[in-house]
Structure formats: structure tokens, C-alpha cells
Design a protein around this ligand. Structure first.
Ligand SMILES: [Zn+2]
Length: 142
């Protein structure tokens, strides 16, 4: 991790503090180009937007997929105050961002939360109805 990485991470931490000051969960992120120039910044707005998906990493991944060509996206780095959650990690992978640099790990975050506050997966059943479910999919990815 370079000095520039640490400076950009400090900016992400400032955005996290801004989120908290505005009544939201304390997380912030930014997207930087290869020269360290900040392309976009976001903070968590899941409370004020009443939107469980309003994580800054997800908002930036969506922005990058919409606004950047694939080569430009691949040359960016996301700096984020905390390691992306599973939802955001999936969106980051789909958006083609080049690199993620985070401050707190998910494990470190858990030590700052009360016990038992982790999200639990809903029970899932499947696979089922393969012959019917494959019909709209077959040939799509060719
Ligand atoms: Zn997330």
C-alpha cells in the first residue's frame, strides 16, 4: 500500500464520518483513476434513503458500470472505509473495477458491533424445475 493509497483511504474514512453525521451507517468510499484523481465519492445513505442497498461501494460500482468504458473501469481503484459486504463485492465484480483498497476488514468491523448483530441468510431451496427453467436461458450466453 502506497502513501497515495493511505491518503485516499483517509478520504474514504472522512466520507464514513460524514455518513454517520447525517444519520446513516458510518461507511464511505471513492473511486480513483490510475493517477489517484478522485472520479466519484459516495457515503452510505441506507437510513435516509430507506434503501437497504444504498451502500457507497454499490453506488460507485453502479456508477462505474454506467459511466465508464470497461478499460477505464479496469484502471480504477475503489477506496473504502470498510471491506465491501457480499452484496457490494458482487456488484464490484460485475462492474469490472480494477482494485479495491479498504481500511477496516469485515472481521474488524464485527468486533465494533454488538454480538448477534450479523445478518443471516434466508433458508433457500433448489434447484428445481430444470427442464422448464432452462428454456428462457438456453442460447442466451452463446
Ligand atoms: Zn455493502
Amino acid at each position: 500500500m502506497t502513501h497515495q493509497d493511505e491518503e485516499l483511504l483517509r478520504r474514504a474514512i472522512e466520507l464514513a464520518a460524514r455518513a454517520r453525521a447525517g444519520g446513516n451507517p458510518p461507511f464511505g468510499s471513492l473511486l480513483a483513476g490510475p493517477d489517484g484523481a478522485i472520479l466519484a465519492e459516495e457515503h452510505n445513505t441506507s437510513i435516509t434513503d430507506r434503501d437497504i442497498t444504498a451502500h457507497p461501494e454499490l453506488k460507485l460500482a453502479r456508477w462505474a458500470a454506467r459511466e465508464l468504458d470497461p478499460a477505464t473501469a479496469a484502471a480504477t481503484t475503489m477506496y473504502t472505509s470498510c471491506q465491501p459486504c457480499g452484496m457490494c463485492a458482487g456488484a464490484i465484480a460485475r462492474s469490472g473495477l480494477g482494485r479495491v483498497v479498504y481500511a477496516l476488514s469485515g472481521e474488524q468491523l464485527d468486533t465494533l458491533k454488538p454480538p448477534g448483530s450479523a445478518f443471516t441468510d434466508a433458508p433457500a431451496e433448489g434447484p428445481a424445475l430444470f427442464d422448464e427453467a432452462r428454456v428462457p436461458v438456453e442460447g442466451y450466453y452463446l
